[in-house]
Design a protein around this ligand. Structure first.
Ligand SMILES: [Zn+2]
Length: 318
């Protein structure tokens, strides 16, 4: 079939308009979504990055939109409860990496709206206040630091232009990774033990996100074992209960293996989350399969609606 360019543009516009309003969710009910955020910080915060940050003002826009569209439920209910009434759409909020801004910005906003949420922690960040990605954001103009990070992940100095991207795509996580350079903490970026205890006392679900935020598909065995157990032990020590939910670092197919997921399940995690931008389907309830999450950073509400609506039409495997 030949479609003339004018019709094609018109169709594309129509498609875009259909995907950026609430119409599809008004006619399609019983859907479930898990949203994934990281940091909620002002644009001038030292660690703020387009890679993982959302400004508080933008985050508020998202929350207002979600309250119009969804019944917000705890992650546990969204991922497990097969008996949620089908006349509504449901969403759960999750925050990866354990940024301190979850306590300073997210908790006050979500508590005043009585919205439940989950935090997925990196144990090393809780214990030492640093993470390799934020270290690289803060030290991106320090060539010695960047070169040291690249060497610690078996990459060459030629990757200094986008060290984070290169490590995500090709870095190796061996014993040398633990010897990487780390920035001395200057500002508080991550939740510490007391912060986690406080969030837990506020009813926030605490999950695991890998001890060092390594790419599981490129970990040597000892690192992999630590990634899936050290955070669990730490969280159990802080909250008094072993976590049951594990969010895979980076979360795309290239970032984990079946063996890594098996190692996670063997540690007692009942629910494992990736970042395929899909709604949660019936067969994924209960935790036997990987559970998808849709990630947002600085997206406009139109973009948020686009990703939500798109997931009603198509299943992605990234
Ligand atoms: Zn993460």
């Amino acid at each position: 079939m030949v479609v003339d360019p004018l019709t094609c543009t018109a169709l594309k516009k129509l498609y875009e308009r259909a995907l950026t309003n609430g119409f599809m969710l008004r006619v399609s009910k019983g859907n479930r979504f898990i949203f994934c955020y990281h940091d909620v910080s002002e644009a001038d915060a030292p660690h703020h990055s387009w890679r993982y940050s959302t400004t508080p003002a933008r985050f508020k826009e998202h929350i207002d939109l979600f309250q119009q569209l969804f019944t917000m439920v705890p992650l546990e209910a969204l991922a497990n409860d097969r008996d949620l009434p089908t006349g509504r759409n449901y969403a759960a909020l999750t925050f990866d990496d354990g940024f301190h801004s979850v306590l300073t910005h997210v908790l006050p906003m979500l508590r005043s709206a009585a919205l439940p949420f989950t935090v997925f922690l990196n144990g090393l960040a809780v214990e030492h206040g640093r993470g390799w990605i934020t270290d690289l954001v803060l030290a991106e103009k320090d060539p010695v630091f960047v070169k040291g990070m690249l060497a610690a992940t078996a990459l060459a100095p030629a990757d200094a232009g986008d060290a984070i991207g290169a490590i995500m795509a090709r870095g190796r996580f061996t014993a040398a990774f633990a010897q990487r350079p780390m920035l001395a903490p200057r500002t508080k970026i991550y939740l510490d033990r007391d912060d986690v205890r406080r969030l837990h006392a506020e009813g926030v679900t605490i999950g695991d996100h890998g001890y060092q935020h390594a790419v599981l598909s490129r970990c040597e065995d000892a690192v992999l074992q630590a990634e899936v157990s050290a955070g669990r032990d730490l969280i159990a020590d802080i909250t008094g209960a072993a976590p049951r939910h594990y969010a895979l670092a980076f979360g795309k197919h290239e970032h984990y293996t079946a063996r890594a997921v098996e190692a996670i399940r063997q540690r007692g995690y009942t629910h494992v989350y990736n970042t395929n931008p899909n709604r949660v389907r019936k067969e994924e309830l209960g935790g036997a399969e990987l559970i998808p999450r849709i990630g947002f950073t600085g997206d406009t509400t139109d973009q948020v609606l686009f990703y939500v609506n798109r997931s009603l039409l198509r299943k992605f495997t990234l």
